[in-house]
Write a protein that binds this ligand. Structure first.
Ligand code: ADP
Length: 193
């Protein structure tokens, strides 16, 4: 069983590499961004609340997203036992502490954190391009800049958090999808056994 966190700035390629990892290792994909967008689409109360943050490029409050994550884990108990890839979570230190606790309570843990490292200008170029294609309400230039700022202030400290635990695998996130994936597999080979 393998529990992975895919980590990186918005536009670093987390979603793309998650897809490859899911088919390679048969993992359950938990993307908090997808879960929130699904709530927005269905017009739930949670979706209405979340949208106010997402459209401003801010993070949804920790308490809310942690409850959502716990619920998703419970709703997918059997599949989660086979291994999970967490995409877009954790994004703050309290979320990372909550993830340790939630997995600990379920008798498991994070085995590795795959950190996709991409320079700032490349991130902006990718996100602006994606915004033209995706129609995502938060892929416009002002919100993109805000999301990158939030990433630097609130999320990037997690790199050190996971480095201290010996879990962080730095991956250069520029190049072909195949080459980046090959690097990830190499980094994970040691812990697969
Ligand atoms: P990206 O990685 O491109 O920013 P996501 O789909 O992961 O996209 O997230 C989109 C938005 O959803 C974030 O900007 C944030 O507002 C909200 N969100 C997603 N995951 C979390 C989280 N773990 N904590 C707080 N907010 C989140």
């Amino acid at each position: 069983m393998l529990n992975l966190v895919i980590f990186g700035a918005p536009g670093s390629g987390k979603g793309t590499q998650s897809e490859r990892l899911i088919s390679e290792y048969g993992l359950l994909h938990i993307s908090t961004g997808d879960v929130l967008r699904d709530h927005i689409k269905r017009g739930t109360e949670l979706g209405v609340t979340a949208r106010q943050y997402i459209d401003k490029g801010q993070l949804v409050p920790d308490g809310l997203i942690i409850d959502i994550l716990a619920q998703v884990l419970d709703d997918n108990k059997e599949r989660a036992c086979e291994g999970v890839i967490f995409d877009g979570f954790p994004r703050t230190i309290p979320q990372a502490q909550a993830l340790e606790r939630l997995l600990g309570e379920r008798g498991t843990k994070v085995h590795a954190v795959v950190g996709l490292e991409v320079d700032e200008q490349e991130l902006i170029d990718r996100l602006v391009k994606r915004g033209k294609e995706s129609g995502r309400s938060d892929d416009n230039e002002a919100t993109i800049r805000k999301r990158l700022e939030v990433y630097h202030n609130q999320t990037s400290p997690l790199r050190e958090f996971y480095q201290e635990r010996g879990l962080y695998k730095a991956i250069h996130g520029v190049g072909t999808i195949d080459d980046i994936f090959a690097d990830i597999k190499r980094a994970l080979a040691a812990i697969e056994a």
